[in-house]
Design a protein around this ligand. Structure first.
Ligand SMILES: CC(C)(COP(=O)(O)OP(=O)(O)OC[C@H]1O[C@@H](n2cnc3c(N)ncnc32)[C@H](O)[C@@H]1OP(=O)(O)O)[C@@H](O)C(=O)NCCC(=O)NCCS
Length: 296
């Protein structure tokens, strides 16, 4: 893009998007490569209905969109985070100017609604740079681990009794999830329950007859790795071998399901889980997502 075209750029006007902007948003998404977020048509519509997402127009054409999605409140006192679920910027315009205008339009409304902050997970350098200029800071990084020597997992100490979990265990799993993860990484109950219901291998660990931890694993698509979606031990039971047993069980499951390996994500700052995974033979893939946060 020639520099002179940017100089002639008509300034964008920004407002909060609504359902009537669906066609303009679809046209922007279809035309640009400068985008992040692969949402279904239904999810795009619900973003427009939520009344939180800024959209930028030049004339009648949408040139930028910041799709914001509110999480359920978590923790005490409750924190309410807002995910940047979709970003689209007209590739023929200066990305930073449009992104900045979109970011500037959001905080006043979000502060009024008493949200805690905005969060965007991204590996895209242009988006990371633009968010940093808009006041976001890298709070953490999400890293991916894989294990592809599934046949060689030592049995280890059997601290807990592992039982298959299902929909009936939803409340127990949500309780452990809420106690084990800080508000930022808790995710909505609906998300955790949908992982429980769609996982191929859901397990609850019991210590002395009481639920102490859980793990949710999906099988591989043909040729792909199985994925350990979530593992947690209730804090009072941590350090007693439950987590190690749950991850070893997920590895065994992936092996029996014929997956070439088991993948998982964790935060770079999560020293306990990284120690656990590395000691079980997981290796970092080098794939990194920046956790960009702007507190309100
Ligand atoms: C990660 C987690 C599942 C580990 O569960 P756990 O039942 O405590 O794990 P284990 O008792 O099997 O211990 C695993 C290793 O971590 C170490 N560890 C456990 N708790 C620890 C702590 N508080 N501080 C330092 N090391 C700790 C143990 O010493 C052990 O290492 P070792 O076998 O070499 O001695 C648990 O800490 C947890 O639920 N954390 C919050 C949720 C989370 O981070 N999930 C995973 C990332 S997405």
């Amino acid at each position: 893009m020639a520099f002179w075209r940017h100089l002639r750029e008509e300034p964008a006007s920004v407002r909060i998007a609504g359902p009537a902007d669906r066609a303009a948003l679809s046209a922007l998404l279809a035309a640009t490569w400068r985008r992040q977020g692969n949402l279904s048509a239904e999810d795009q519509v619900s973003l427009l209905q939520d009344g939180l997402s800024p959209i930028a127009f030049a004339g009648r054409e949408a040139v930028g969109f910041l799709g914001l999605s509110q999480r359920s409140p978590a923790g005490a006192p409750p924190q309410t985070w807002v995910d940047v679920a979709l970003v689209a910027l007209d590739a023929d315009r200066q990305p930073d100017t449009t992104l900045q205008a979109l970011i500037d339009a959001a905080p006043a409304l979000l502060r009024r609604l008493q949200y805690t902050g905005l969060v965007c997970l991204t590996s895209l350098a242009w988006l990371q740079d633009g968010l940093a200029r808009g006041g976001f800071m890298e709070q953490d990084r999400v890293i991916t681990y894989i294990h592809n020597d599934l046949g060689r997992v030592a049995a280890g100490r059997q601290a807990a009794e592992l039982r298959a979990a299902g929909a009936r265990d939803g409340d127990v799993i949500l309780d452990i999830n809420a106690r084990a993860f800080g508000p930022f990484w808790q995710y909505d109950d609906a998300a955790v329950l949908s992982w429980l219901l769609t996982a191929d291998h859901s397990v609850l660990a019991y210590l002395d007859g009481a639920p102490a931890g859980f793990a949710l694993t999906t099988d591989s698509l043909p040729g792909n790795y199985a994925h350990l979606i979530r593992v947690a031990t209730d804090p009072p039971h941590q350090g007693r071998g439950v987590g190690r047993q749950l991850v070893a069980d997920a590895l065994r499951h992936a092996y029996q399901a014929g997956a070439p390996g088991l993948a998982l994500n964790t935060q770079a700052s999560n020293a306990v889980s990284r120690h656990l995974y590395e000691s079980l033979g997981f290796r970092s893939t080098g794939q990194v997502l920046s956790v960009m946060v702007r507190r309100l």
